[in-house]
Write a protein that binds this ligand. Structure first.
Ligand code: SF4
Length: 206
């Protein structure tokens, strides 16, 4: 069936309302700060999918506006993608859309459990169906695994993939708690990933 952008926008607005009101995780006993965080409209060329919002994102209702977001947008600037332009032209969401709380170790945020990811999965499926992005920027291990299945960052970062008819470009999570970023080899892979983003972005949408 032909894609109707106005109808997709109206349906997406309804889905976004459901996500904002969603309490599945707290109702299932998880220590989640309910309040889904996402941004963007139907028909966006790119969809950025992260792991879960942080405290700052949850408080302000804006994805990737905290310290991880500052690092992410520094990376995107390196491949010629300005933050305002990226935010205006892309849909930004996450595998789980509410702040999961801090990790008990005190280092970074708690990683959402498999059960939470399953509870939130129908929301992401609706977003993908209605936004219909050409390319996915999968940020962090949980998002990469969602689209590409199990594998290591070393096997994924720096390459592009096609899954369900969409281009998938993996990026490491930009959190300061991500020790993978500290290796010299990781910096090489990150540069290759940024070059891949630039190449996919410069391709025309069919
Ligand atoms: S993380 Fe997803 S499933 Fe869980 S409460 Fe938030 S929107 Fe609902």
């Amino acid at each position: 069936m032909k894609y109707d952008g106005r109808m997709a926008d109206a349906q997406l607005a309804r889905v976004q309302g459901e996500m904002r009101r969603c309490r599945r995780c707290p109702d299932a006993g998880f220590p989640v700060q309910a309040g889904a965080v996402f941004s963007g409209r139907a028909g966006a060329d790119w969809m950025l999918v992260g792991q879960a919002p942080g405290q700052t994102e949850s408080d302000l209702g804006v994805p990737f506006c905290g310290p991880s977001g500052r690092r992410l947008f520094r990376w995107l600037a390196e491949c010629g993608w300005d933050e305002d332009e990226f935010r205006a032209s892309s849909y930004i969401t996450a595998i789980t859309k509410c702040f999961p709380g801090r990790a008990t170790s005190g280092r970074g945020d708690r990683a959402p459990s498999r059960r939470e990811r399953l509870l939130c999965r129908p929301h992401l499926e609706c977003e993908l169906r209605l936004v219909r992005p050409r390319a996915i920027l999968a940020v962090g291990g949980a998002a990469i695994e969602h689209f590409l299945g199990p594998g290591t960052l070393d096997e994924r970062v720096g390459r592009t993939f096609v899954a369900d008819g969409r281009v998938v470009v993996p990026l490491p999570h930009p959190s300061g708690a991500n020790l993978w970023l500290n290796r010299p080899r990781s910096r090489v892979l990150l540069r290759e990933a940024l070059a891949a983003i630039r190449a996919v972005r410069d391709e025309e949408r069919p």
